[in-house]
Ligand binder design. Structure first.
Ligand code: B12
Length: 214
């Protein structure tokens, strides 16, 4: 099977919403020696994007989306074990990451955390629907040099700007870089709110973090 065919198999498995099909496709991709990051981005995430498009067009309903999300999460979990941990090695830098208050979408954010972690960063993932002050408190507690924020809805996107304002008010803005992401975020938005960077996907997030922090 070619790599492209395997990516299609992974993507179709997420669209089918069947956890078993996703796990089998992930095992197959692993046995073919494909890197976890590629399995996630070119296979599973691409399937989830198709689910999103079908949902937007009214061809799929919310329970289907939830099942697909669950199946995708199981696939990502299976891969996490294979990602390099480098526990003994000194971490490159500390990053706080989370999905802003009011927003429960966390699949993409968790992929970003996992890939940052496997690239050698110490990541404190606050989860989803995170009260905005918690981002600041965690930065203070860990001495993090970057805070990442995910928002998947136009209604929760302004939370990213609020955290930046709160960092300024609490005298921390010049001590920490801010990276924003999530489907409605763009480079223009990042510029407008004064974030240090925007990344479209997890591999880009790793590249941007390395550029800014190393
Ligand atoms: C899966 C999903 C859900 C799942 C979430 C499960 C979970 N655990 O995350 C469930 C079913 C729970 C859900 C619920 C809801 N959803 Co929903 N959901 C989606 C869907 C279909 C896919 C999102 C996804 O996981 N994509 C796959 C991942 C891999 O991609 P990603 O999240 O974009 O992440 C990548 C990048 O964005 C980036 N990235 C992400 N985070 C970060 C962070 C940083 C720092 C960086 C640098 C990069 C980065 O890297 C990631 C990896 O490549 C989207 C549609 C879409 N097109 O996005 C709608 C969507 C986001 N949902 C939507 C809505 C409205 C809802 C609900 C209100 C329910 C409803 N009435 O439909 C609730 C929200 C409740 C709440 N308060 O949050 C809307 C939002 C509309 C808007 N206002 O903007 C969307 C756009 C669908 C639509 N068109 O209506 N949803």
């Amino acid at each position: 099977m070619s790599k492209e065919e395997t990516f299609k198999l992974l993507s179709d498995a997420v669209v089918s919403c069947k956890k078993d099909a996703v796990l089998a496709a992930v095992e197959k991709a692993k046995s073919e020696g494909i890197e976890p990051a590629e399995i996630i981005e070119k296979g599973l995430a691409s399937g989830m994007n198709s689910v999103g498009i079908m949902f937007e067009r009214g061809k799929l309903f919310l329970p289907h989306v939830m099942m697909a999300a669950g199946a995708m999460e199981a696939g990502v979990k299976l891969l996490e074990a294979d990602m390099p941990k480098d526990a003994a090695k000194k971490k490159l830098a500390v990053i706080v990451n989370g999905t802003v208050e009011g927003d429960v979408h966390d699949i993409g954010k968790s992929i970003v955390s996992t890939m940052l972690q496997s690239s050698g960063f110490e990541v404190h993932d606050l989860g989803r629907d995170v009260p905005l002050q918690d981002f600041i408190d965690k930065v203070k507690e860990t001495g993090a040099s970057m805070v990442g924020m995910s928002a998947l809805m136009t209604t929760t996107l302004p939370g990213q700007r609020e955290v930046i304002e709160m960092l300024k008010e609490q005298g921390l803005r010049d001590k920490v870089k801010v990276m924003v992401g999530g489907a409605p975020a763009t480079q223009t938005w990042a510029d407008k709110i004064g974030a240090d960077c925007y990344a479209e996907n997890a591999s880009e997030a790793v590249a941007r973090a390395k550029e800014l922090l190393l």
